[in-house]
Design a protein. Structure first.
Length: 291
């Protein structure tokens, strides 16, 4: 230390010390980020691995390293150390001021920590918020949650906001999705034939899985339930229950079945009706009565 003091003038020693601390802080943050990136990349290769904790922890550790480094750098400077001691004497007022100024930021951080701990959703989950915000969780950081919707746009929601929303999570606990296949047939059509077609098309789809337990199988419950759910003005409304292992496969299965069932209905004479309207021309009727 004495040798360093001899080589470096005293008036520059503080600046050199601050520079060394800042450089070490940047290097420590870079090393930490590199280690976390390796862990995240390794976890991505493992099927079903949850990346939420690693990505959130990576940002938290990086912020903590910078806070400690900057704090040490400030403490090294004697003038700032005196100011810090004076500020510490009025820590109560400072805490109140900082609390009001950073209330929203702290709220986002605390909400983000709760999200990571309690996991109402995690990275990779497909969620729906309100009625129009649907997508896949792409990232959860200290401030906000990033959702990638199905148009490849990013929806960025502060953690404190999304924590107070009702979230529909398609992957929570169980990723299997029951897709309703709703079809309408005319009152003249054969319901039994329509049910048979729907059951065959659903069972034949590659994304369909048997969701029955052993008790239901032993009880003779059908592989694909198809039931009449309501009567419309010009149609009998029929619903089939089709199960897929995840939301993405359920969506593809639903669109495929709409097409294949329609083609089978056309081929086998099952009519999908359209509304009928009877129009009465009153003026024409009056003219005919006068004539």
């Amino acid at each position: 230390m004495e040798a360093i003091k001899e080589l470096i003038p005293e008036q520059y020693l503080v600046l050199v010390s601050v520079g060394v601390v800042l450089i070490l802080t940047i290097l420590a943050a870079a090393v930490s980020s590199r280690l976390f990136r390796r862990a995240i990349k390794k976890s991505e290769t493992d099927a079903g691995e949850d990346l939420t904790n690693l990505k959130f922890l990576k940002r938290g550790v990086t912020v903590l390293i910078y806070l400690i480094g900057i704090g040490v750098a400030i403490y090294i400077i004697p003038e700032l150390r005196g100011i810090a001691k004076g500020m510490f004497a009025s820590a109560g007022l400072l805490a109140i001021a900082v609390g009001f100024a950073a209330q929203q930021a702290l709220g986002n951080i605390v909400s983000g920590i709760f999200i990571v701990i309690f996991k109402p959703y995690k990275i990779g989950d497909r969620i729906q918020i309100r009625t129009d915000l649907t997508g896949v969780i792409e990232d959860i950081n200290l401030r906000h949650t990033v959702i990638r919707n199905f148009e490849n746009r990013r929806i960025i929601i502060p953690n404190s906001v999304i924590s107070n929303e009702v979230v529909i999570n398609s992957n929570y606990a169980d990723s299997k999705i029951i897709k309703w296949v709703d079809m309408s047939i005319s009152y003249d059509s054969d319901i039994d034939l329509a049910r048979k077609i729907i059951q065959e098309e659903i069972a034949a789809h590659p994304n369909f899985i048997d969701n029955r337990n052993q008790e239901q199988v032993d009880a003779g419950e059908p592989l694909v339930p198809v039931r009449v759910i309501s009567f419309g003005e010009s149609s009998v409304n029929v619903r089939g229950w089709a199960t897929a292992e995840d939301p993405a496969k359920a969506f593809v299965m639903g669109t495929d079945l709409n097409e294949s069932i329609k083609k089978r209905f056309d081929k086998e004479g099952i009519e999908i009706p359209f509304p009928y309207r009877t129009l009465v021309y009153k003026d024409q009727n009056r003219k005919e009565e006068k004539s």
